[in-house]
Write a protein that binds this ligand. Structure first.
Ligand code: ZN
Length: 304
């Protein structure tokens, strides 16, 4: 009889952690789906769709109870577009503080802007980059339950597609002492599985000692460390893309801040109207976000 109760107890514990995991995974996919839905109209900087996406991220930060450094997490900024015109962008910035007031910062970035729409043709940007933003929200929620050695700052950047302006505006601001940022983790395109199921961790040379810690593998996904001292180009149709400058981590790199850029590389849906929720790989995405979270937890224990 005792054995029966032990078995029953184990089954109940197993089921409740399974149920919790399922809930978290469902939330992750629901965030991605909502951010890439038709009502967000492709999230072009300054558009009404972009404002809806910003509000959605604010609501999620509020649920998680991230600290705000501004009014409603909003960091608005101006940027030059062409010769004459000045445009407005808006980063959404939330903070999770360690109990140690002298801790350094890990900055997690994911751009939420995309290409917008042309008439009724919507560039949904499910992989690019609703996937990175949903992952960042999921990671923030999970980190909130941990005893952390670093402070964390989560920056949903705007105006990335037009020139990494959100990341520039954040690093030129005084929202926090940016000299205390010891690592940038940039999430941009995580949800369309490459053929070999790789998740690339394109990293600054300074992260080389942590290669073994960053590389993880299971049946669904395989994180592969690539150091930026190899000049890495990936083929994109006929052009080649320099990964070092491909997304917001490039600005952290210019400020000599170590970085890890997690991404799937490019694929046939990239910057097309087919980059939509129906074309992502949910199982691969969930497994990849879990790898990234576990990497962050391991790095958190290290004096970076
Ligand atoms: Zn992107």
């Amino acid at each position: 009889m005792f054995r029966f109760f032990v078995l029953l107890f184990c089954l109940c514990i197993g089921f409740s952690s399974y149920a919790r995991m399922n809930k978290v995974n469902n939330e992750l996919l629901a965030d991605l789906k909502e951010l890439s839905s038709a009502k967000m109209q492709g999230r072009k900087t300054g558009s009404s769709g972009s404002h809806k996406a910003a509000q959605y991220i604010i609501d999620r930060y509020t649920d998680i109870k991230l600290k705000s450094l501004t009014t409603e997490y909003r960091q608005t900024f101006d940027y030059k577009s062409g010769f004459w015109s000045i445009k407005k962008g808006e980063n959404i910035v939330g903070v999770l503080l360690s109990d140690n007031p002298n801790a350094n910062y890990i900055a997690i970035t994911a751009h939420y802007d995309h290409l917008g729409h042309s008439g009724s043709k919507i560039y949904y940007g499910a992989d690019d980059n609703a996937s990175g933003v949903a992952a960042m929200i999921n990671i923030a929620k999970n980190l909130k339950t941990q005893n952390l050695k670093h402070h964390y700052i989560f920056i949903a950047t705007d105006a990335e597609e037009t020139g990494l302006y959100g990341a520039k505006a954040f690093l030129n601001s005084n929202l926090i002492d940016t000299t205390k940022i010891v690592l940038n983790i940039n999430l941009d395109m995580l949800a369309v599985a490459p053929r070999q199921k790789q998740l690339y961790a394109f990293s600054s040379k300074t992260m080389k000692p942590y290669k073994a810690l960053i590389e993880q593998k299971n049946n669904t996904t395989m994180t592969q460390f690539i150091s930026s001292n190899r000049k890495m180009n990936i083929k994109l149709k006929t052009q080649k893309v320099d990964w070092r400058n491909a997304s917001d981590h490039a600005i952290f790199r210019k400020h000599h801040i170590p970085f890890i850029y997690f991404c799937v590389g490019t694929h046939k849906y990239y910057h097309t109207t087919k980059d939509k929720f129906e074309n992502i790989s949910p199982k691969y995405y969930v497994a990849s976000v879990k790898h990234i979270y576990q990497t962050i937890l391991s790095l958190d224990t290290i004096q970076l």
